[in-house]
Design a protein around this ligand. Sequence first.
Ligand code: PRE
Length: 369
Amino acid sequence: MGDLPSLRQKIDSLDTIIVNLLNERAQVSLDIGATKKSLAAESSDGRSEEKQPHVYMPSREKEIYDKLSTHNRGPLNNDSLNAIFREIISASISLQQDVSVAYLGPPGTFSHQAAYDKLGDSVAYVPQKQISAVFDAVEKGRTTYGLVPYENSTFGSVVETLDRLMLTETKIRAETYLTVHQCLLSNSKLSDIKKIYSHPQGLGQVQSYLSANCPNAERITVKSTAEAAQLAALETGAAAICSSICASLYGLEIVAQDIEDVKTNTTRFLLIGTASDRPTKNDRSLIRFTVDHRQPGALCDGLKVFKDQNLNLSKIDSRPSRQRPWHYVFFVECSGHAEDENVQQAVKDMEKYCLDVCVLGSYADQRPE
Ligand SMILES: O=C(O)C(=O)C[C@]1(C(=O)O)C=C[C@@H](O)C=C1
């Protein structure tokens, strides 16, 4: 212990050291940016990642965060330290390049929160009216990256995202998880609520709450939870299922908080860009394929290649192809990275049994423990 003025003086001199060190780090980051650009210019193998260097490197960030927790002796806890470094790295990214991230808007959606948690305060976030517009923004080069909801632990896959993954040429660069707490926001009393707006996922995650507390209210699906909040703010007797952040953003009261049916309710998001990141030794890949449905065993043969290559399958989805009735596009998620030999072999083998196969991307496994 010491007297307050001298303790504060100590903080002042430490802050000066920290500022100098932060600027030293920022300068190294600028040097990394310049090196990446010249490597890209030299590269002639035509890979898009090298032609257009990627400033956001989730694989490298994973190494940094792992090291931070190993070196951390306290009293700061790892969460605080990670949050500080999230912003240091966010600033580092924006020094190297103007980075923008499209997300399902308007501001206040869970996508917005997830994007912000992943890339920090120094990059630009660009709201889009619907999930397909997030893909459009990246495909047309209007934003550097896009963030889309992929699946929820309570309500399952986000079909709009799967339907757009069916067509896209973007690549998945990272995944991220967000614990989702749903709220009922309205400027009316619970007993006066006649209409409830939300995204289908929002309504799907609070079914028990709604059946028990507002069984007669009309449930209306809209493009996003924050759009629901905007609409609810315009009408008496209307409510929205969305995040608590929307209360202050759109001038609504929190009628009920944490109303999700399952307390561990979590949404998984995918960050899309023009290329995947390098392998981290703990990656997963998402693969899209179609099979000839008239050929007995085609789907089974297509899936067996993963077992043959000792690759674990963690998720499988199918969506109507929209080309022909009762024709499906399949999505499988497997362990490994597209640059791993066994994943490459599996894809090669799949091509024997499938009509077409496309690796949608490989990304570091970020599943929460
Ligand atoms: O190592 C890199 O490739 C960097 O660009 C540097 C840096 C950093 O600030 O540490 C910046 C952004 C990346 O997402 C990862 C790391």
